[in-house]
Design a protein around this ligand. Structure first.
Ligand code: FAD
Ligand code: MLT
Ligand code: ZN
Length: 481
């Protein structure tokens, strides 16, 4: 049995008594750190440790490494795959970065911002906008997710079609290694070919290689206008055709292209009846488009009108609205952003966060829907997502009126197998943006080549030989004693 009380004493000395929370105090509720967002699993931590500086993070990691105690890095705890909460052993330290929330510098000439990893994404977007810049990372969880978590998961969101995901927006990192050393890679350089690009190892590593404490992110000038349109489309094929046409007509102006299936929109109507959801009853699919224009509102509007008129002539769109003002645009985006929330209100469900080459998506959905309905009669398909990136949230819910928990217990494994095998047949990935976490560990090695898995394990062993950084996430390795 390890001497945990000595470690807790050390941790308190590093970050201050108030910032080490444990179950010893029966009045302290640790739910916010121990329960995952989707309520799939609840863990028990040895302690929640909340450092305020990089130096404190380094000292905490050194103390934990000396005590062979594993660490679970945590940002906003909005992850979808149970990757940021502790296991049930009561022996893991949750390292919460949320007190590290300062903007370190904004370099207008270099178009970069350097920030602490615990900054909440929305706060950063607002800071950048005040300074006349766009930080083009946008997710429905932006009010609570952190930039460290966004980089830890290589988050996607709704503007990837134009700006790429978190990885493509990041020019530098500061990382505390598993040994408690600080690597300052906050260069802000757009070109640097001096050996391996280490930042890319940590981005998307889900806290398994080290702790990101700071980041330098790319900025863009604020566009003169961001216009939103919402269109009813008769089929997924038509949505893909519309996407191709939107790329051609709007070119780099196309900054968002989301698809929403009828059942997904129905959940929004059911749980948020105050929202006005256009066309959902008469159309199997609706699409949300964003056109960012550097000239003017008039220019953006004429681009959209041209696109939608041609799309209607070709039968790709049956009806459409263009937001008249920012309030209408926000309301349309709110519909899309409410889908995951409505799904959470609806209860337990099986989420798939897959990517397929865009051109093959209609065929994938047709074939996989049919397989699911044949094998799991009555199952309800909640399909929506970032069609512009070939990324669908291809989710499944128990048949109407049946017990969701029981459906998951009895069917989740086989249903995942069916969907992931289909994804592999279509040349896709089992995780486009949420990551592996705990939920997809078993599946990863079936869908990634043995050579790739070996290289990943070798990197993990080299950087974290004692397997103390978020063990059991991404893959399982033997634990240090
Ligand atoms: P956490 O949930 O705290 O952690 C996620 C992972 O990153 C864990 O493995 C954790 O250990 C690791 N981590 C956290 N901080 C650090 C750090 N500083 N250093 C190293 N590792 C770290 N995701 C998308 O990609 N696209 C979406 O469109 C999207 N929409 C969402 C909508 C809703 C309503 C919700 C609830 C979630 C959504 N997500 C989406 C998932 C989630 O918000 C993202 O994965 C986000 O990037 C997680 O950030 P976080 O700060 O909450 O990280
Ligand atoms: C989204 O795009 O809304 C998210 O990734 C969340 C989800 O999949 O539910
Ligand atoms: Zn998403």
């Amino acid at each position: 049995m390890k001497n945990h009380s000595e470690l807790i004493k050390k941790l308190r000395a590093i970050v201050g008594d108030a910032y080490v929370l444990t179950h010893e105090d029966p009045l302290t509720d640790l739910t916010a750190w121990e329960q995952d967002w989707r309520r799939r699993e609840r863990g028990t931590a040895l302690a929640i440790v909340r450092p305020a500086t990089t130096e404190q993070v380094a000292a905490v990691i050194k103390a934990c490494a000396a005590a062979k105690t594993s660490i679970v890095p945590q940002g906003g705890n909005t992850g979808m795959v149970v990757g940021s909460t502790p296991d049930t052993s009561g022996t893991q330290v949750v390292l919460s970065l949320t007190r590290m929330n300062k903007v370190r510098s904004l370099d207008a000439g270099n178009l970069t911002i350097t920030v602490d990893a615990g900054c909440v994404l929305q706060n950063l977007q607002e800071e950048c906008e005040k300074a006349g810049f766009l930080l083009p990372l946008s997710l429905a969880s932006e009010g609570s997710c952190t930039i460290g978590g966004n980089l830890g998961t290589n988050a996607g969101g709704t503007q990837v079609v134009r700006y790429g995901n978190a990885r493509e927006l990041c020019l530098g990192l500061e990382v505390v290694t598993a040994q408690g050393e600080v690597w300052d890679g906050l260069t802000g350089l757009r070109k640097d070919n001096t050996g391996y690009d280490l930042r890319h190892l940590f981005i998307g590593s889900e806290g398994t290689l080290g702790v990101i404490t700071g980041a330098t992110m790319k900025l863009y000038p604020l566009p003169a206008c961001q216009l939103t349109a919402y269109a009813a489309v008769p089929s997924l094929e038509a949505a893909v055709d519309l996407l191709g046409m939107a790329h051609k007509t709007l070119s780099a102006g196309l900054t968002g292209f989301e698809v929403m299936g009828q059942f997904a929109l129905g959940l929004v109507v059911k749980h948020y009846p105050q929202q006005k959801v256009p066309f959902w009853q008469e159309s199997p699919w609706c699409v949300l488009l964003e056109n960012s224009d550097n000239e003017s509102d008039t220019h953006a509007r004429s681009g959209f009108e041209k696109l939608l008129e041609s799309a209607m002539e070709k039968g790709y769109v049956t009806d459409a609205v263009i937001a008249e003002n920012i309030t209408q645009a926000r309301a349309l985006w709110h519909i899309r952003e409410s889908i995951p929330l409505a799904q959470a209100e609806e209860g337990l469900n099986i989420k798939h966060d897959i990517s397929i080459p865009v051109s093959r998506i209609p065929e994938f959905v047709q074939e996989t829907d049919a397989l699911i309905l044949k094998n799991f009669p009555g199952a309800q398909l909640i399909n929506f997502g970032h069609l512009g990136d070939g990324n669908l949230h291809y989710n499944v819910q128990a048949a109407a009126g049946t017990d969701a928990a029981r459906f998951l217990m009895e069917n989740e494994k086989s249903l995942n197998t069916l969907v992931f095998e289909s994804v592999t047949r279509f040349g896709g990935s089992i995780s486009a943006e949420h990551g592996i976490g705990s939920l997809k560990v078993e599946k990863l090695s079936h869908h990634k080549s043995p050579v790739a898995m070996d290289m990943m394990r070798a990197i993990k062993k080299a950087l974290d030989p004692d397997n103390l950084m978020n063990p059991g996430r991404v893959f399982r390795l033997p634990q240090a004693q």
